[in-house]
Write a new protein. Structure first.
Length: 264
């Protein structure tokens, strides 16, 4: 039973290799796309919130909302069209940092960890775009040039698993104990890069199931605050799923146990 199960990722990749990176990017940018659209439809509410919270005046609050709207939608368009992907990633890093301060996420551990997990997904995307950028020099020796990419992949993997740490429940029921044990084991495997593709694919299935079950915003009327909260949570989780799909598609990189095993 173990052998067929362990061969699942290679079989999965063979079938989906043409589509998986595209799906991963689409999932990864989904939270930025949703939040950019939210800025458009909730322009007045967002501006008034920033103005009231920071007492920064109408003009600066308007600039904040406009920057979020243009930065996120523009970054999504560049990433999906695969143009200036590195600049788009840096722009979205800036948006994450700006929102972390503006919405006081810095003091909320759960939301901070989720924002860091989003950053991990962007790091993996940055590593992918770096790889594509160097492909034009395929015949040229590149002694140390791959190192930054490898460390980006390591950092991306480590940050991604922060999302799953927010899903662990300190409950003594059998179901939650089992979920915590299995979840923790998978998190460690992805972080250290051992059986990485299989562990990441399993986490994709697990997170997607949890996301659809617990963040079903479509079951809540749009006028209720819980609708927006669940919608935000849902698309954040989809972005982390996108990051994990990039791990499945690209592998863990050079700084991982999977890679070191090839040298043994």
């Amino acid at each position: 039973l173990i052998k067929p199960f362990s061969s699942l990722p290679p079989q999965f990749l063979r079938v989906t290799k043409q589509y998986l990176p595209h799906l991963a990017r689409l999932c990864l940018i989904s939270t930025f796309l949703e939040d950019g659209i939210r800025m458009w439809f909730q322009w007045n509410e967002q501006r008034d919130y920033i103005e009231a919270t920071w007492n920064c005046g109408y003009f600066l609050a308007t600039c904040f909302v406009l920057l979020n709207l243009m930065g996120q939608l523009g970054g999504c368009v560049l990433i999906l069209s695969r143009n200036f992907v590195q600049y788009a990633c840096f722009g979205l890093f800036g948006i994450i940092a700006l929102q972390t301060v503006a919405y006081s996420i810095l003091w909320d551990v759960k939301f901070l960890m989720r924002n860091l997990a989003l950053g991990g997904g962007l790091l993996l995307l940055l590593a992918e775009s770096r790889s594509e950028g160097k492909s034009m020099f395929a015949g040229v020796p590149t002694m140390g040039e791959s190192s930054p990419k490898q460390y980006m992949q390591l950092g991306g993997r480590v940050l991604l698993v922060l999302m799953f740490m927010t899903l662990l429940h300190f409950d003594l029921s059998f179901f939650f104990i089992l979920q915590n044990i299995v979840g923790t084991a998978l998190i460690i495997l992805v972080a250290i890069g051992f059986k990485t593709k299989l562990a990441a694919l399993t986490l994709v299935v697990w997170l997607f199931a949890i996301n659809v079950y617990f963040n079903a915003f479509w079951t809540i009327p749009a006028y209720k605050p819980m609708h927006d909260f669940l919608k935000y949570d849902f698309f954040q989780s989809m972005s982390v799923i996108g990051g994990l799909l990039l791990v499945v598609a690209l592998g863990p990189g050079g700084v991982s146990m999977d890679e070191k095993k090839k040298e043994w």
